[in-house]
Each structure stands twice: as structure tokens, then as C-alpha cells.
Design a protein around this ligand. Structure first.
Ligand SMILES: Cc1cc2nc3c(=O)[nH]c(=O)nc-3n(C[C@H](O)[C@H](O)[C@H](O)COP(=O)(O)OP(=O)(O)OC[C@H]3O[C@@H](n4cnc5c(N)ncnc54)[C@H](O)[C@@H]3O)c2cc1C
Ligand code: FES
Ligand code: FES
Length: 1312
């Protein structure tokens, strides 16, 4: 057989051939795509398989069957060498601006399903793959639909994260292909026109045709021919080889004594064990071509799955053979492992080995232990094959590196023999699996998983357990664990409440998380809940109907039927949007598609890290402190060996003469690098520069910092310590909170008081999909051009100039678009850009960095944690008369934007009339990473504090909380008292109107009754419904703009506002088209819209740009552009008039411009919009109602339905505003229900990855999501932050509910 020397594969139909000798086998596909090809649609969001930004379609061809297999993979975990002979399709390969976009791209755009666009190429590929595979297996439909069902469409993007959209429009875009969907039921989009019939809509939908779709040609013909030629890599010549038999592998391993070798299957384990990516292996053996390892077989004895069978293939196989319900259940559970794009390459064997060798909290091992699975092992010593039960195997010492797991066998179930020896014909096997995790559909490790099998039979109306196997895993022990004492106890028992109670007692001693496991009590309670659900129904033959059992508010009305399942049947997602498009200023007010939406979907939109590296470019990585307060003694490398590719480490000592060590500039400046002392864990100490990003990141991990804390005060790590040491930042007087009314009088008027009650908050990380990034390029004459992903180019600019000690005109900061900001790219982008600029200045070479997710999470801080103590006085009807509130705000180590927080919190809190309000805020300085603006900073917390107080009053008075809210809503008079000038005129106060409208819109009162009934008849699942108001105080800032018209009539617009996904460019374009259209020539505003381009922000071109944030940049930028256009129209009118006079009819825009050029009319106008007192601030209103269901045993919380009415004033673009409202709601939902941004005892962030930090996914959004945008008056676009439910519900659930219930039941029976 001829041996090959290179890898051959295709990307988007192009052939690539790479010499193996020159390849580092640890190179990932994403590295290659992003650094060595022009296909930049593939984004790096996490590098650990947790986000989907890097998803590509991988296609394999089977020359024997002549079949192409297409599936998604995460390119950040896929090794480049493993794609030999494969074809890769990225989003730009599906379609693009040159050859035409794919229907997937166009529908994403038309359904307004892209905002910042960073996740969108990955979403597009996931959707395409779902369509392709649905249409492959079934005959194509001729009506433009796919065979994909709506239910499958909902799952198509279930592993892909999006922080902007709230997922609803993405799901709708995907569902629009499904043949079983009613197209009119889908959300607001640009294809359906009001009142139009279905055929009209279908004609407008971008064409989807199975045949056209397959024309994307996922596998090129040339590659098919090449892989027919039977050639293999010479296994001894290269670091990467793919043996084709177990014996070949064994032979190779034997020769490799003493050499670091790695067996590779899907390589997805490196997403969890990230250090593996950095370990140097001499040899990699790809085991996926060994036939014994990819076998799937079923015979009498059972099922055999080769170790290299992927989880997806295993699911498919088990489903096919799923006539046995146990197999179907195993398959269903396996669908919750990771996400589809991980399961497509992750193997059964890889998972088991992770669990066996490294105690990975595996689902697979738990369910396979319960299925009594066996494993076959080939030991390294050549002692042949051995077989163990999986349970035994897990308990053995870690399998040697060179030993091989061959396969797993799930034996067929054979009924046990009865005690008297006769075979039991009436025995049944019960098998069930359980999983409690932050996300229902997977892509989240479980808090606990479990699988139980029990052989039972019916005897005299009793259920007898003959034998059972109870496996629990992932709850904080080394391996899946069998509750053997419980198993032994239950064997031979008749299932009754008493027996179950005793079993649970034993279980609680047996299933105990190891010390230090998070949420340990909750995890233990899950074990009880799962066991109870499994056996609970079996006690029912003896159970009597019962009434009136009350425990912790749970009331049972009847338990004489089958026990209610803990698993709620999943309803399909649904939504409605009511939006009024405002035609008055068209195209302003129209819900037009976001500018550049298709480019974002195809992945052609250019973000900072997509800009090709200039020649000689270097790469930086941040080195941060892990100590809260310590002297930095030295910075060195492990083993004092300089790692590969490192060129230097930049510290504060490298700041040039005349420059200052500054990394941010706002109220005050803050350090770029810690100097002698580090003041918090996460503080930047140095910037390592290397010849590639990978080398820089690897080397940064090898840096050792020697600290010393001698004679230093202990760090301040808590708010209490800050108070004790009076460690506070000063809030400038104009930003301080102002008391309202007379608090003593208010308290005196009160009939009831709650004194000294407490509320506290944790933090929230931005989780923008694009982490911090910058590229600095030195220019002539000591100038520096910096491309920065920032929301505040002007401040980045000033920071860099200050740091380098150069005049500001030596610096230019350019920002085209940002892959999500949420406030995190205001302050936190500055040190990143400054570090690149400083390194570039020192090395006189371009320097860039793309901060990895972990470093980003550790160094950027997030929302301000806070503690609140309040006293409230109120009347018996719930009317609050006085609120006295003290708030401790954790600002971290530096001031940042923290002085703005108190007034923001107070502003949001003042959505209610508190009678009198006294508000004392201390902005505490602690030795923790600086906290900053995160979407609606202060508003989110203020709103929540207000609601928590209202709820407390309601519970004190035992009055429905909705009544308390209503009675405390502002009158116009009280609104003026609390908000003074911002309150505007009386008709502008629309909150009471929204309050009533929402009740109608959401059928609030009717549903309240239904909720009550539900709670009365359901014991373990409880529902709640509530409606909350929101007030947001808008503060406009001065903003410049420039509009220039080019000779062909095309228009270029410059605004300082950054496109961070909020649709700023689109609104600005609409405003420019409307304003230029006022010339009333023969070209309509809609036609003008196509001529307008908003260009990147450039701080030397447009000065005084300030910050994009606070939800006002679109409006302010639009105002600035309107002024520019007005100026242009004034200049162009005489030209137009004279042309009309000459020609006697309307003149086209192009003609006017051509004439204006000839007449040397100045066609570039700048302006500075500067708000005055009357326009600088106003209030916006919204009301939301959410219905939430909590599983009392497992804490699983589902938002069943959310209705929002938001008064957008006169929306500039309702489609964009709708996206902002939905996205912000879902981000708020993440804050209150899922996300935990936690620190260790040194203040170092420990939830620093997609594994530990869980943002909402498509399966955690409201099942029904309705939004109405009211068009009432002033212009506004803002985020609506709302909270739906209590924080960390899981901590309040589970625990000992089951035991109490059983105790009560047993007692009842005794009394009977
Ligand atoms: C984002 C993400 C989420 C996840 N969520 C879950 C989850 O919720 N539940 C869960 O159970 N799992 C989860 N996983 C784990 C996932 O199932 C495993 O990563 C996957 O199955 C590993 O298979 P692989 O082929 O990629 O292994 P690889 O990464 O190729 O190998 C893993 C290790 O095993 C060794 N190895 C592989 N095959 C063999 C063999 N046959 N014999 C000896 N050694 C071998 C390798 O050398 C390596 O050390 C998740 C993974 C990711 C990336
Ligand atoms: S970058 Fe690969 S999954 Fe996040
Ligand atoms: S559009 Fe999805 S992350 Fe921004």
C-alpha cells in the first residue's frame, strides 16, 4: 500500500493539501480556519465546546456505499489532522454576498434573528445541518418546505449560545422551513405583510428547495475521487497516525516506550480538560479507523457499542433498536449530553475514559451502570482482552495511557429466578433515568444524574421488588455510585410508604457529596426526589385518597391516581408580537431588516479579530494576579524556561518616558498594570508577547508570580470589611441620591412597619460572545492606529495617548462593529487596547490580542454585588408611606463607573410611590476586581429591590401582591415628586395605561385563577404569576455626526455610536434616508435608504464621540445625523429647484448630486447634537407579567409564559426594539435564575468558563413569549430589564419535602 505524506481535505469546495511533516498535530480546526484561511465566519467564543460559535459542517464520504454523511462539529475541539479526507462547510460556504446568500441567511435576517452577529454564522450552520439531514432521509417536499418538523427546528440550535436575541426569532427563522408549521403563527418578520394570505407570504419567503440546498455540495467531487485511492499515512513517520487495527495500534504503542502518546477519538475532552491542549505529546494515535472500535451490534446477548462510536451514532442505533424501552430511555438521556455538535464527534469510549481516569461527572457511566453494562479492555502489557462490569472498571485505578477500551456491552434483560427456582413470567423490568441540570436540553453538566432499574411483579395487588439497581452520578463523588444498602433493603419488599420512607433514610446516608461540593444539600435532596418518583407510583395500589395535607404551602387534594410525574410535558415555543409601524416619517418607524444582517449570518461581517494580521504581527496574553493584596516579588516562567515563541513580557516598567501607567479613563484613571503591589485577584500584572496567540496563551499559563504579603494589611474582601475600614469611593454631589419627602413623617403615618429587612445580590458577567480584543499597528512619526472592540473609542483613545505619553492626535482608534458589549466593552476594553498599543510601541511591530474566555471572565468583573437593609412603613391596605434604605455596593478595587450606580438604582426603584424615601448608598472599595456597567446597570437591581419590598409587604399583610403593586403605583403628582422634570407632561405618564392593558393582553386575572386551581390540584409542581412595572429614566448625551455625499449619489454616514448589535446603524440609516428624502426629489426615501452606508467609527475623523451605552446612542446619533441631513438638504434645494425649473419635472437624486458636484456645493456636513434640559431626559415605561412553574422537588423552574408591553415612544425601528426588549428580558432571566458569577476566598473569579457559567439557552426562555410595543409619544429605545422569579430557586426546593410528605402519609394511615 502506498503511503501518503500529506493531509487532503476541502473547505467550502476548495482543496487544501498540507504536508504532515510541517504540522503540529495539536492544531485545532478553528485555529487553522481563522489563521490560515480566508474563512473567518467561524468564530471563537469559548474554545471548550460550550457555545457553538465555531460550529462547522463536517462531511465524510463512504466510497463503498457512495454516501455522504454530514454533521456539525465544534471546530475548537476538532483536530485539524482528524479531518483528512473530509470536507468542511462554513457559513460563507453556504452562500455569501458574492454568489448570493443561502435561504438560511436570508430568513435569519428577515426574522430579525441577528443582533451583534457573532453567534450567527454558527447558528446558520446548525440550522443548515438540521435541514440537510431532515431532507436526506425523506423524499423532498415540493412546496418549498423541509421535512424538518417544528419540534426538531426548536432543537436545531439548542447548543448554540446567543447573548443578544433571546433566541425566539432564531427559532422562528428555523421553524419557517418546517412543513408542519403555520407560517402565520411565526414571529414578527419582514416576509409577512399584515392581512396578506399564506400564498403571498410563501412567495416572499426566501426560496428553500431541498435540491438547491444540496447544491451547496458539501462534498466536492474531486475529493471523492481522491479518497477512493487507497492510501494511508505511514504510521511511524509522523506524529499523527491512524492505525487500522487493534494489533497495529498495539505494535505502535509498544515501540513508543517512554514517549508521551495520546489516543484520540473525538478530542472533545479537551473542552473540559483544557490543560490537555497545552500538553506536549510526541505521538497522536487516531483510533477512529479501527473497525473493532466502531462496531455497533445487537444479538441475543445484548447490544455492543465500540468505544469509538460517537454518542450521536449510539443514540441513532439505540433508537432504532428501541423496541426495548430501556434502550429508548438510554438514548433519550444521551441526547442531553453536551450538544449535538459535541455528540457528533464525542465517543462513548472517550466519555467512559474521562470518567474512569479523571472522575469526569459523566451521565453515560451512570446510565450504563444501571443498565448493568460491561466493558472490554485491551491492556497495554499485551495480556489480551479483559472484561469487567462498568462498575468494577470505574473503581479500578486509572487505566494506563496505552491500554485501550474496546467496547461496551449492554446485556439483554433476563428475568431473575423466583426464590423457589421457577422462572418468573409476570416480572417486569422498570428502567428510568433522571437528570437535574441548569438547562433542560443539555449543554450543562448535571447537579445529579441517576438511573434505576427494578425487576418487579404484582402479588395480591401489591408490587414486589425482586431486585433493583440504583445508580447515582455527577453529584460530587469520584464515580457513579450504586446505593447498595438501599438496593439490598428493597429486594423482596412490597413497596409501601413505610418501606419507601426507610429506603430514603438509608439513601440519605449513602448518597453524600464529597466535602466541598457546591449545592451539596440540594444534590442530596435530588437523590431522594428521584427515588421517590421512581417508586412512588408503585405504592399507589394501597394508597387512599387524601385531602388537606399541608407542607410548606403544598396542599394535596387527592393522591389516589398515578403519582404525578416530575417531568413536565414540554410545550412547543410560541409567541406573538403586536407592533405598530409608524408611517409618518418613513422609512423611520418601519421594522426594516437590520443593516448587514445577511453579512453577519454568512460570517462575512468583519470583527476586530477578523482583520488579517499585518506582517510581523505579534500576539499578547494578559497575565493577572491570583492574590487579592500582595507584593509582586518576581514574574518568571515555570522551571525558569522561556516557552516557545515568547518575545517578552511587558509590565508597568515599559511605560515610555512621559507616559503614565493608565489603563482606563472615565471619572478617574486606573492602572494598566499593577506596580509593586497587586490590589486584587484578576488585576492585570503584565502582558506577555509571543509569535502566535496560541503560544502567548500557553506561555501565560506557564508564568509564575512570586508574591509576598509580609507587613501588608489583610485585604478587604467583603462589604462588611469595607464598612469596618471605611473603605469607600466618593460619589460626586450631582450623582448622589436625593431623599424624597419626610421619612419621619411617613414612618409616623404607617400602621405597620417592617424593620431592618435584608436583600442581597451577586454579580453577573456580560458574556458577550466576542471576548475583549484589539490590534495595535505602529505608524510613522510615533503614531498608533488601534482597532478596538469597544463601546467607548474616545476613552480608549485618551487612555492610549496618556499611556504612551503622546499627543492625542498621534492615536487613532477604529471600531467597526462589536460582537456584543452589554456595558463590558466600555471600561474593560480600554486596558486591552492600551496593552496592545504599549507592546506595539515598545516592539515597533503590530500587536494584537484576542483574550481567551477564562482570562476575560477573571479580569473584567461584571455587575455590582450589593447588600441592602431597609425599613418600610405602610398602611393596612398596603399603601407604603415611608421607605428607609441603606445600600452597600461592592465597586471592587477601582472607581470605574460606580459613582453612577446610586442614582441609577434609585431611579429604577422609584417606579413606585414610596410616600417618603430616604436612600443611603455607600460605594465600597474592596480588593476584588473592579465592577462595571452591565446591561441596565443599577436599573436591574433597583427594579428588583422595589419588587422585593413590595412582596414583603404583601406577605406581611397576606394581601395579593398584585394589589400591593397597584396601590403603590404613582399618580402623576407623585411621579413629579419623585422624578421631577423627567416626568414630563401628564399624558406622557402611560404606566397606568400599560398596567391595565397588560392585564387584558395577558388575561392576567383569568390566569391568576387558573394558577390557583393548578396549585390546589398539583402537589409537586407549583405555579406563580405576577405582573411588574418598570420605569427607565433616559439621559441623552451630546453626540456628533457627519453625513457626506459622494459623486455617484451614494451617502456615507459617520456616527460615534458603535454597532454592538442594537441596530444603531439601521436606525441611523433610516433617519438619514428620511431626512434626505425631505428634498422631495424623484427618488423615494426607500430608494435613498439603499444608497446609505454607515461606516466604522474613527476617533480622528469624528471627535467627542463619548460612549455607546445607556440605550440612548441610537437616538442621539440619529438626531445628529438628522441635523447633518437638514444642512445638506438646505444646500441641495436650490440645485433641485433649478433643475426642476429646467426640466419641468421631478429630478432624480443622482442628477441633483451630479449637478451639485459641478457647482462645488459642499456635500459634507457635521453636527453636534446637544440635548437641552427639555429633551435631555425623560421616562420610559413597561409592564411585564410572567407565569412560572417550579418543581418543588427538583427546583427545576420553567417560565411558562411572559407578556411584555413596552412604551417605546415613537419607535425608530420596532423590529430592532423588539429584539432589544426580548434579548434584555432573557438576559435578566439569566441573572435572576441561572447565572452565578462566583469568587473564591481570595476574590478570584472561579466560574470562569461555559462549564460553570450558564447563560440562558433556547430551552430556558419563556415557552410563550408575547410582546407588544406601544407607540405613544417620544422616541425611545431602551432595554427592559425585568425579573420573573426568586433567585436560586433550587436552594429553596427539594431538601426534605419528600420525607415530610411520607411521614405525614404514614401517620395518616396509622390514625385511620
Ligand atoms: C461542551 C461539552 C459538554 C459535555 N457535557 C456532558 C454531559 O453533560 N454529560 C456527559 O456525560 N458528558 C458530557 N461531555 C463529555 C463528552 O461526552 C465527552 O467529551 C466525549 O464523549 C469524549 O469523547 P471523545 O471521543 O471526544 O474523547 P477524546 O477527547 O478523544 O478522549 C478522551 C480521553 O480518553 C482517551 N480515550 C479515548 N478513547 C479511548 C479508548 N477507546 N481507550 C482508551 N482511551 C481512550 C483519550 O486518550 C483521552 O484521554 C461534554 C463534553 C463537552 C465538550
Ligand atoms: S468556540 Fe467552539 S464551542 Fe465555543
Ligand atoms: S446575535 Fe447572538 S450573540 Fe449577538
Amino acid at each position: 500500500m502506498k503511503s501518503k505524506t500529506s493531509l487532503v481535505f476541502a473547505i467550502n469546495g476548495e482543496r487544501f493539501e498540507l504536508e504532515l511533516s510541517s504540522l503540529d498535530p495539536s492544531t485545532t480546526l478553528v485555529d487553522f480556519l481563522r489563521n490560515k484561511t480566508r474563512f473567518k465566519s467561524v468564530k471563537l467564543g469559548c474554545g471548550e465546546g460550550g457555545c457553538g460559535a465555531c460550529v462547522v459542517l463536517l462531511s465524510k464520504y463512504d466510497p463503498l456505499l457512495e454516501k455522504v454523511e454530514d454533521f456539525t462539529v465544534s471546530s475548537c475541539l476538532t483536530l485539524l489532522c482528524s479531518i483528512d479526507g473530509c470536507s468542511i462547510t462554513t457559513s460563507e460556504g453556504l452562500g455569501n454576498s458574492r454568489v448570493g446568500f443561502h435561504a438560511v441567511h436570508e430568513r435569519i435576517a428577515g426574522f430579525h434573528a441577528t443582533q451583534c452577529g457573532f453567534c450567527t454564522p454558527g447558528m446558520s450552520v446548525s440550522m443548515f445541518s438540521a435541514l440537510l439531514n431532515a431532507d436526506k432521509s425523506l423524499p423532498p417536499l415540493s412546496n418549498g418546505f423541509s421535512n424538518l418538523t417544528a419540534a426538531e427546528a426548536e432543537k436545531a440550535v439548542s447548543g448554540n449560545l446567543c447573548r443578544c436575541t433571546g433566541y425566539r426569532p432564531l427559532v422562528d427563522a428555523c421553524k419557517s422551513f418546517a412543513s408542519d408549521v403555520d407560517i402565520e403563527d411565526l414571529g414578527y418578520n419582514s416576509f409577512c405583510k399584515k392581512g396578506e394570505n399564506r400564498d403571498g407570504v410563501l412567495a416572499r419567503l426566501p426560496c428553500y428547495d431541498h435540491n438547491i440546498s444540496s447544491q451547496v455540495s458539501t462534498f466536492p467531487e474531486f475529493l471523492k475521487k481522491e479518497i477512493k485511492i487507497d492510501m494511508n499515512l505511514d504510521p511511524r513517520k509522523y506524529r499523527w497516525s491512524s492505525p487500522v487495527s487493534v494489533s497495529e495500534l498495539q505494535g505502535l504503542l509498544e515501540v513508543e516506550n517512554g514517549v508521551a502518546v495520546k489516543l484520540v477519538a473525538g478530542n472533545t475532552s479537551t473542552g473540559y480538560y483544557k490543560e490537555e491542549k497545552e500538553r506536549r505529546y510526541e505521538r497522536f494515535f487516531d483510533i477512529r479507523k479501527i473497525p473493532e472500535l466502531i462496531v455497533v451490534r445487537r444479538d441475543d446477548k445484548g447490544i455492543e457499542l465500540g468505544a469509538a462510536v460517537t454518542i450521536s451514532k449510539a443514540i441513532e442505533f439505540l433508537r432504532e433498536k428501541g423496541d426495548v424501552s430501556m434502550l429508548a430511555k438510554i438514548a433519550a438521556h444521551m441526547e442531553k449530553i453536551a450538544s449535538r455538535f459535541v455528540r457528533n464527534t464525542g465517543t462513548i469510549g472517550g466519555n467512559i475514559m474521562m470518567a474512569q481516569r479523571k472522575q469526569f461527572p459523566s451521565d453515560l457511566t451512570t446510565i450504563l451502570v444501571a443498565a448493568r453494562a460491561n466493558v472490554k479492555i485491551m491492556s497495554s502489557g499485551g495480556s489480551g482482552q479483559e472484561q469487567f462490569t462498568l462498575e468494577e472498571f470505574l473503581q479500578q485505578p486509572p487505566l494506563e495511557t496505552k491500554s485501550l477500551l474496546l467496547s461496551v456491552e449492554i446485556p439483554s434483560w433476563r428475568p431473575m429466578m423466583k426464590k423457589n427456582g421457577s422462572s418468573s413470567s409476570d416480572t417486569h423490568l422498570l428502567f428510568e433515568t433522571y437528570r437535574a441540570a441548569p438547562r433542560p436540553l443539555g449543554n450543562a453538566l448535571a447537579f445529579m444524574n441517576a438511573a434505576f432499574s427494578a425487576e418487579v411483579s404484582l402479588s395480591d395487588r401489591n408490587i414486589v421488588v425482586h431486585d433493583c439497581l440504583l445508580a447515582f452520578g455527577a453529584y460530587g463523588t469520584k464515580h457513579a455510585h450504586r446505593a447498595r444498602k438501599v438496593e439490598d433493603f428493597l429486594a423482596g419488599k412490597v413497596i409501601s410508604d413505610e418501606v419507601l420512607m426507610e429506603a430514603i433514610g438509608l439513601l440519605k446516608d449513602e448518597i453524600v457529596p464529597d466535602k466541598g461540593t457546591s449545592h451539596a444539600g440540594y444534590r442530596s435532596s435530588l437523590a431522594v426526589a428521584f427515588l421517590f418518583e421512581f417508586f412512588g407510583s408503585l405504592t399507589q395500589t394501597n394508597a387512599k385518597a387524601t385531602n388537606g395535607w399541608v407542607n410548606g404551602g403544598c396542599k394535596e387534594i387527592g393522591f389516589d391516581q398515578k403519582v404525578e410525574s416530575l417531568k413536565r410535558p414540554e410545550a412547543m415555543l410560541s409567541s406573538s408580537q403586536q407592533i405598530v409601524e409608524n408611517q409618518e416619517y418613513s422609512p423611520v418607524g418601519k421594522g426594516i431588516v437590520k443593516s448587514g444582517a445577511c453579512l453577519q449570518a454568512s460570517g462575512e461581517a468583519v470583527y476586530v479579530d477578523d482583520i488579517p494580521s499585518p506582517d510581523n504581527c505579534l500576539y499578547g496574553a494578559i497575565i493577572y494576579s491570583t492574590m487579592p493584596l500582595a507584593r509582586i516579588k518576581s514574574i518568571r516562567f515555570k522551571e525558569n524556561r522561556v516557552p516557545e515563541g515568547v518575545l517578552g513580557i511587558i509590565t508597568y516598567k515599559d511605560i515610555p518616558k512621559g507616559g503614565r501607567n493608565i489603563g482606563t479613563k472615565f471619572f478617574n484613571s486606573d492602572l494598566l498594570f499593577a506596580e509593586e503591589i497587586t490590589n486584587c485577584a484578576g488585576q492585570i500584572i503584565a502582558f506577555l508577547v509571543a509569535d502566535s496567540q496560541k503560544h502567548a496563551d500557553v506561555a501565560a499559563n506557564l508564568v509564575v508570580i512570586d508574591y509576598d504579603t509580609e507587613n501588608l494589611e489583610p485585604p478587604i474582601l467583603t462589604l462588611e470589611e469595607a464598612v469596618e475600614k471605611s473603605s469607600f469611593f466618593t460619589v460626586p454631589p450631582p450623582l448622589r441620591c436625593k431623599s424624597v419627602g419626610d421619612i419621619s413623617k411617613g414612618m409616623a403615618e404607617a400602621e405597620h412597619k417592617i424593620l431592618g429587612s435584608k436583600i442581597s445580590f451577586g454579580s453577573q458577567y456580560f458574556f458577550y460572545m466576542e471576548t475583549q480584543t484589539a490590534l495595535a499597528v505602529p505608524d510613522e512619526d510615533n503614531c498608533m492606529v488601534v482597532y478596538s472592540s469597544t463601546q467607548a473609542p474616545e476613552y480608549v483613545h485618551q487612555t492610549i495617548a496618556g499611556c504612551l505619553g503622546v499627543p492625542e492626535h498621534n492615536v487613532r482608534v477604529i471600531t467597526r462593529r462589536v460582537g456584543g458589549g452589554f456595558g463590558g466593552k466600555v471600561m474593560k476594553s480600554m486596558p486591552v487596547a492600551a496593552a496592545c498599543a504599549l507592546a506595539a510601541s515598545k516592539m515597533q511591530r503590530p500587536v494584537r490580542t484576542y483574550v481567551n474566555r477564562k482570562t476575560d471572565m477573571i479580569t473584567t468583573g461584571g455587575r455590582h454585588p450589593m447588600k441592602i437593609t431597609y425599613s418600610v412603613g405602610f398602611k393596612s391596605n398596603g399603601k407604603i408611606t415611608a421607605l428607609d434604605l441603606e445600600l452597600l455596593l461592592d465597586a471592587g478595587i477601582s472607581e470605574d463607573i460606580s459613582p453612577l450606580m446610586p442614582s441609577a438604582i434609585q431611579g429604577a426603584m422609584m417606579k413606585y410611590d414610596w410616600g417618603a424615601l430616604s436612600f443611603d448608598v455607600k460605594v465600597c472599595k474592596t480588593n476584588t476586581v473592579s465592577r462595571t456597567a452591565v446591561r441596565a446597570p443599577g436599573d436591574v437591581q433597583g427594579s428588583y429591590i422595589g419588587e422585593a419590598i413590595i412582596e414583603k409587604v404583601a406577605s406581611y399583610l397576606s394581601i395579593d401582591v398584585d394589589e400591593i403593586r397597584k396601590v403603590n403605583l404613582h399618580t402623576y403628582e407623585s411621579l413629579r415628586l419623585f422624578h421631577s422634570a423627567k416626568a414630563g407632561e401628564s399624558p406622557e405618564y402611560t404606566l397606568p395605561l400599560l398596567w391595565d392593558k397588560l392585564a387584558e393582553f395577558s388575561r392576567f386575572n383569568e390566569r391568576r385563577k387558573v394558577v390557583e386551581e393548578f396549585n390546589a390540584t398539583n402537589m409537586w409542581r407549583k405555579r406563580g404569576i405576577s405582573r411588574v412595572p418598570a420605569i427607565y429614566g433616559v439621559a441623552m448625551r451630546s453626540t456628533p455626526g457627519r453625513v457626506s455625499i459622494l459623486s455617484d449619489g451614494s451617502v456615507v454616514v459617520e456616527v460615534p455610536g458603535i454597532e454592538i448589535g442594537q441596530g444603531l446603524w439601521t436606525k441611523v440609516k433610516q433617519m438619514a434616508a428620511f431626512s434626505l428624502g425631505l428634498i422631495q426629489c424623484g427618488t423615494t426615501s426607500d430608494e435613498l435608504l439603499k444608497k446609505i452606508r454607515v461606516i466604522q467609527s474613527d476617533t480622528l475623523s469624528l471627535v467627542q464621540g463619548s460612549v455607546t451605552g445607556g440605550s440612548t446612542s441610537s437616538e442621539a446619533s440619529s438626531e445628529a445625523v438628522r441635523a447633518c441631513c437638514d444642512g445638506l438638504v438646505k444646500r441641495l434645494l436650490p440645485v433641485n429647484n433649478s433643475l426642476v425649473e429646467k426640466t419641468g419635472g421631478p429630478v432624480t437624486w443622482d442628477n441633483i448630486i451630479s449637478q451639485a458636484y459641478q457647482q462645488s456645493v459642499n456635500l459634507s456636513v457635521s453636527s453636534l447634537y446637544s440635548p437641552d434640559v427639555s429633551t435631555g431626559g425623560y421616562l420610559n415605561y413597561g409592564v411585564a407579567a410572567s407565569e412560572v412553574e417550579v418543581n418543588v422537588l427538583t427546583g427545576e423552574t420553567t417560565v411558562l409564559r411572559t407578556d411584555i408591553i413596552y412604551d417605546c415612544g415613537k419607535s425608530l425601528n420596532p423590529a430592532v426594539d423588539l429584539g432589544q426588549i426580548e434579548g434584555a428580558f432573557v438576559q435578566g432571566l439569566g441573572f435572576f435564575m441561572l447565572e452565578e458569577y462566583l469568587m473564591n476566598s481570595d476574590g478570584l473569579i472561579v466560574t470562569d468558563s461555559t462549564w460553570t457559567y450558564k447563560i440562558p439557552t433556547v430551552d430556558t426562555i419563556p415557552r410563550q413569549f408575547n410582546v407588544e410595543i406601544l407607540n405613544s409619544g417620544h422616541h425611545k429605545n431602551r432595554v427592559l430589564s425585568s425579573k420573573a422569579t426568586m433567585p436560586v430557586v433550587k436552594e429553596f426546593c427539594g431538601l426534605d419535602v419528600v420525607e415530610k410528605y411520607l411521614e405525614w402519609k404514614v401517620q395518616q394511615r396509622k390514625n385511620f
